[in-house]
Design a protein. Structure first.
Length: 364
C-alpha cells in the first residue's frame, strides 16, 4: 500500500517536471513578440478651396495624421512646411481636403499668368458658368446663395399645332364661293380654240371661324357643326432637370473697372435704402446643361431651384408631374358636377400676396 502511494507521487512529480520543462523550452524557442508601436506622420492638405494660381500660405493649409507607411515622397510633411509655402502657387484649382503633393504646386516665378477674371479659376475643368434670371420665389426665399448646391426644376406648356402651318389649333376656316362653270373665249395666238372652254371659277371668303367638327344631335337626329368656345388650353408638365448644381454667384459680379468716389458723411436721420434684391444667378454646369438652360430661358419656361444638402451626393430619379400624374399618384378624384357651387365663382387660382411684396406708401 505504501509502495503504491510512492509510485503515484513519483509519477506526479515526473508529469509536473515535464510540464515545466515544456513551458521553459517553449519560452526559449518562441520568445514573446515585441509590441509594435504604430508610427504616424502629419501631411498637409488644403484647408479651403484654392483657386488656380492662388498663393500657398499657412493660412490655407492644415494637417491630417496618417500612418508613416502611407506617406509617399511627393507629400509635404510638417517638417517640410518651409518648402511648401516658399513662393509657391497652385497649378490648378485645389478642392478643400485634398492632400497637397509636389505636382499640384509650382514656383510663383515659373507660373503661367492667368488671363481673364480671377473667378474664372473657380470653375472646375470641363465645366462652365452660366447666368439665368431668378426671383425670390425661385431662390427659396433667398436661402440659396454663393456656394450652395441646388436642384433645378422646369415647367413647360405644350399646345397642339398644325404640322404644316406650325400654328396653334384649331385652324380658321374659309368659305369657297363661285363654284359654277364659266368659259374662256379663245382667239388667234392664244392657244385656245375659237369655242369657249368650261373652267371652274372659285373664290375664297374668309369667315374667321375656328375649325370644328360635325356631330349629330341625339334628340332631334339633326346634324350640327360644333366649334370650340375658347382658345386651346396648354398642357403643363414639370420635371427636375439638373441635380447637385453649384451656385457660383448670386447677383452681379463686380465690374472690371471700379470708380472710387469720395464718401460723404451720412445723416443718421436719413433712412438708408434697402439692398437691391438679386435678379440673376450664375451656376456651374456642364456645356450641355448650359445649352439646355439657354433653351429653357428663351422659351419662357419657368425655372426654379431647390436647396439641397451639399454632403448628400446621391442623385434621385423623379417622375414628371402632369395633371394625369397628380390625379393617379395622390389619389385626387375629379369633382362631381353638383347642383350647387361656391360663391363667388372661382375661375382662376390666385397666388397669395406676401407681406414683403406689398409696397408701403409713406404718409404725406
Amino acid at each position: 500500500m505504501r509502495r503504491g502511494r510512492t509510485l503515484i507521487l513519483v509519477f506526479l512529480i515526473i508529469i509536473i517536471a515535464l510540464a515545466v520543462g515544456f513551458v521553459f523550452v517553449s519560452q526559449i524557442l518562441n520568445p514573446p513578440a515585441e509590441e509594435v508601436v504604430p508610427v504616424f506622420a502629419e501631411v498637409y492638405i488644403a484647408a479651403q478651396n484654392i483657386p488656380q494660381g492662388g498663393e500657398i500660405t499657412e493660412a490655407v493649409l492644415t494637417t491630417i495624421t496618417v500612418p508613416q507607411d502611407k506617406v509617399i515622397a511627393v507629400m509635404y510633411t510638417r517638417d517640410e512646411l518651409g518648402a511648401l509655402i516658399n513662393n509657391k502657387v497652385a497649378k490648378f484649382p485645389l478642392d478643400q481636403g485634398v492632400v497637397i503633393t509636389e505636382s499640384m504646386v509650382n514656383d510663383a516665378s515659373a507660373a503661367v499668368p492667368i488671363s481673364g477674371p480671377q473667378w474664372a479659376s473657380l470653375i472646375p475643368p470641363g465645366m462652365t458658368a452660366m447666368s439665368i434670371p431668378t426671383s425670390r420665389l425661385a431662390l427659396s426665399g433667398y436661402a440659396i446663395n454663393d456656394g450652395a448646391h441646388v436642384n433645378i426644376n422646369a415647367c413647360l406648356m405644350f399646345v397642339d399645332v398644325d404640322p404644316t402651318f406650325q400654328t396653334i389649333l384649331p385652324n380658321l376656316t374659309a368659305v369657297l364661293t363661285g363654284t359654277g362653270f364659266g368659259s374662256v373665249q379663245g382667239s388667234e395666238g392664244t392657244g385656245f380654240a375659237a369655242e369657249g372652254l368650261p373652267v371652274l371659277t372659285l373664290g375664297v371668303a374668309a369667315s374667321g371661324s375656328a375649325q370644328g367638327r360635325l356631330e349629330l344631335d341625339p334628340s332631334l337626329q339633326q346634324p350640327y357643326f360644333l366649334v370650340p368656345s375658347e382658345a386651346q388650353r396648354p398642357r403643363m408638365v414639370c420635371q427636375m432637370l439638373l441635380q447637385d448644381v453649384v451656385v457660383m454667384k448670386l447677383g452681379n459680379f463686380p465690374l472690371a473697372e471700379v470708380v472710387t468716389v469720395d464718401v460723404q458723411p451720412v445723416d443718421p436721420a436719413v433712412q438708408q435704402q434697402a439692398p437691391v434684391a438679386p435678379d440673376i444667378i450664375t451656376l456651374i454646369v456642364s456645356p450641355q446643361d448650359s445649352i439646355t438652360l439657354s433653351y429653357l430661358m428663351y422659351t419662357n419656361a419657368q425655372i426654379s431651384m431647390t436647396l439641397r444638402n451639399p454632403t448628400r451626393l446621391a442623385r434621385q430619379a423623379t417622375e414628371a408631374s402632369t395633371l394625369q400624374f397628380l390625379l393617379s399618384q395622390y389619389n385626387i378624384p375629379v369633382p362631381a358636377k353638383l347642383p350647387y357651387a361656391m360663391q363667388p365663382a372661382l375661375s382662376a387660382l390666385t397666388a397669395p400676396v406676401l407681406p414683403n411684396d406689398a409696397v408701403a406708401v409713406p404718409p404725406q
